[in-house]
Design a binder for this molecule. Sequence first.
Ligand code: UD1
Ligand code: CA
Length: 480
Amino acid sequence: MTDQNLAIIVLAAGQGTRMKSAVPKLLHPLAGAPIVAHVLATARALEAVHIVAVVRHERDLVATVVERELPGTIIVDQDEIPGTGRAVEQALAALPADFDGDVLVLNGDVPLLNADTLAAFLEQHRADAAEASVLSAVYDDPTGYGRVVRDAAGLFDRIVEQKDASAEERAIAEINAGIYAFGAAALRDQLANLTTDNAQGEKYLTDVIGLLRAAGSEVEAVPVSEPWLVAGINDRAQLSETAARLNALIVRGWQLNGVTIEDPATTWIDLAVRIEPDVTVRPGTQLKGATLIATGAIVGPDTTLVDCEIGENAEVKRTDATLAVVGAGASVGPFSFLRPGTVLGADGKIGAFVETKNANIGEGSKVPHLSYIGDATIGEHSNVGAGSITANYDGVNKHRTEIGSHVRTGSHGVFVAPVRIGDGVYTGAGTVVRKDVPAGALAVNVAPQRNIEGWVQAHRAGTAAAEAADAAEASGPAAD
Ligand code: UD1
Ligand code: CA
């Protein structure tokens, strides 16, 4: 049910300088989704009547992601006045003038915070009738964060930013998590009083706390139960720490759902992946995008699957696959490269050192060794010989190879597309198939072998090969 008294502001305008990146900080991926998408998903769960996102740096890129992830979000452009205070001031101005409920402010770069924690925080803010509440955490290393300054009685007094803090204040371990609940009216009043008179020349949202306190309002800092919940991402070290934390949560979630994950430390699973019970994930595996794995499948070791579908009881080992579908009971790997559009039927096989692309390989069909199968259709229960290549590209266009059912192709075959091989066909080893082959035919086109006797001794006299040939002839009659 929509909470008519709740508006959420997501701060997403900052530059993210510390990332040192051409990509806006909030669009760096975390478990397969942009950082800001995690914050938007949490915002959505709280069912606020208004959600505003403030953008500025790389505004179009960020706004596009916000609109995609949470349609209906009000996008507000921050002007040239910098700081989180200015961002909130402009966001507030975009709400209906008579909105008088609670305003929850979320930092776009604090992605692990979940809706349950925020709902409890909001509940406490409301129960205590505070004008401002701040989520805080106690960190062993609080460097970079704003510090929560308490008075002699231990009451929350104000927030001081790292860059403005005295040595004594920097020693404070309780930090401002950048998550706030405000009464809309009190917030509106105090935002008007902010100045840029500080080390960064910005309007700090955090100064609203001190102003409210000075005006006699009730403000409180609410420590979060688990400090990692409010970890902010400012640089790439924090990005990888946060990613590892989130991954550990995701892995554990699947383990508790009945998935065997042999080595959580080397298994990376994106948020959108779905895994059925009794799947086994072996070490060194990355499951990315919208990958789906059905029950009984064994994936890994050392396998990367991006947007793949793996069928029941299939086995995929030491494989790199993107946008591929592997049928029930099928087997892939080791050392296979499945590119987009690969569909392997039930009980099929793609074996060692095989690359596939836009390839539909039917039920029970096998490409076991050392092959490239691209732009091809293979029927059911066919076997493609070791070292086969579909020559799909004529330098200008790509063409298809169609191979029927119950076909046996010889080793080292080349299929020069476009070409069709009928049902039940055999091809000889080393055949270059340039013409269609009708059902039931044996196709061969390799020139008959000629043995030119004595050629090595005549043309390579004095070499080790010639001497070996001489020795072999001396020791017995040459084979005819
Ligand atoms: C901010 C807090 C700090 C807190 C920390 C928690 C302020 C002044 N400081 O510091 O007390 O400990 O978060 O993570 O608020 N943004 C805008 N417009 C701007 C500047 C920033 O929308 O003009 C957005 C950023 O995109 C980001 C968030 O606000 O999502 C926080 O900005 P950032 O520059 O990372 O603030 P911190 O220095 O981390
Ligand atoms: Ca930050």
